[in-house]
Ligand binder design. Structure first.
Ligand code: PMV
Length: 311
């Protein structure tokens, strides 16, 4: 039996603008993860992928071409040159990452699948290869993904990501803490990305100026993280959120949680990921984390994860 894991992720700064070539910063969240185990199956059974949490089994032989789990396995086997082989395997997926919530659950499942399968077949792939394969699955979910999710999940490091540029992994000088709170409303990344594209096509100059402003925040945030200027991060989150509101990807549920976190003493807060629902993040400290967590739950958060970045 072979087992592999992949973490969740949050985008700290730069979502949406990253689709238009501006930079973004994302970090892995190891408190929740996807796990895949690979076991030999009875001879002649072929390959079955069993998503245990949702009682859903996919048999590779009869899955449609756009079934995401089957596609991930097929692409991995093709990459390894093993797609013609008759393999009998059972792949079992479990995940503690909430789905459709901006935490990269789809990318984590794809990365864990690729990692486990390639390791089981004696050909473990490196982070770059895993990321490229997981990107192909991401296109099924998001249409035109920037690639940030598969990158941060495959590399499991803080990344400064710019589409079509080599990925940059960077150091966290002084650890900091964030609370990640779930609105309970599914995030609609695909819809939000499509709506932003329509708005951008109508008024490119206006939207490009907003994306440029977000890009500048990302660069300031990277410098702050690399130099240990944690105090700068809260106001930068607030500035980023103000721009995300202007591009219309926030929602009443997200705004309620953002306001609650700020009232409870968070140094800054913003939505994370596609928006319209899903999760928000707030900058907290070990001292105020528990009261902010309680304030978020009182304000309607379905779940709150407090996690360290660079810890
Ligand atoms: O909702 P998530 O966590 O998949 O993040 C989407 C991030 C966007 O920038 C909105 C889209 C993308 O492909 O980068």
């Amino acid at each position: 039996m072979t087992q592999a894991h992949a973490p969740a992720k949050v985008i700290l700064f730069g979502e949406h603008a990253v689709v238009y070539g501006r930079p973004a910063i994302a970090v892995p969240v190891t408190d929740v993860h996807a796990t895949v185990t690979v076991e030999p199956a009875q001879s002649g059974k072929g390959i079955a992928v069993n998503a245990r949490d949702i009682a859903h089994t996919v048999c590779l032989d009869d899955a449609p071409p756009d079934e995401p789990l089957a596609l991930t396995v097929r692409n991995t086997l093709a990459h390894l040159g093993l797609h013609e082989c008759n393999l009998d395997l059972t792949l079992t997926i479990t995940s503690t990452i909430p789905v459709a919530s901006g935490l990269g659950s789809g990318a984590a499942v794809a990365v864990a699948l690729i990692r486990a399968l390639s390791a089981h077949l004696g050909r473990p792939l490196d982070a770059a290869q895993i990321s490229t394969l997981a990107y192909q699955t991401e296109t099924l979910f998001h249409g035109t993904p920037s690639g940030i999710d598969n990158t941060v999940v495959a590399y499991e490091q803080p990344v400064y990501f710019k589409k079509n540029y080599p990925i940059e992994i960077f150091g966290v000088h002084t650890p900091f803490w964030i609370a990640i709170a779930d609105t309970g409303k599914p995030g609609l990344t695909r819809v939000a990305v499509a709506d932003v594209r329509t708005a951008w096509q109508r008024d490119p100059a206006h939207y490009d100026a907003l994306f440029d402003a977000i890009g500048r925040i990302v660069d300031r945030a990277r410098r702050a993280i690399e130099t240990g200027n944690v105090n700068a991060l809260g106001p930068l989150m607030d500035e980023n959120q103000a721009l995300l509101r202007q591009i219309d990807v926030s929602s009443p549920e997200l705004e309620t949680l953002i306001a609650a976190a700020l009232r409870a003493g968070a140094a800054g807060a913003k939505l994370c990921g596609g928006g319209r629902g899903g999760n928000m993040i707030a900058l907290v400290t070990p001292r105020n984390a528990e009261s902010i967590r309680r304030a978020l739950l009182d304000a309607g958060a379905k779940n709150v994860i407090v996690t360290g970045v660079g810890t």
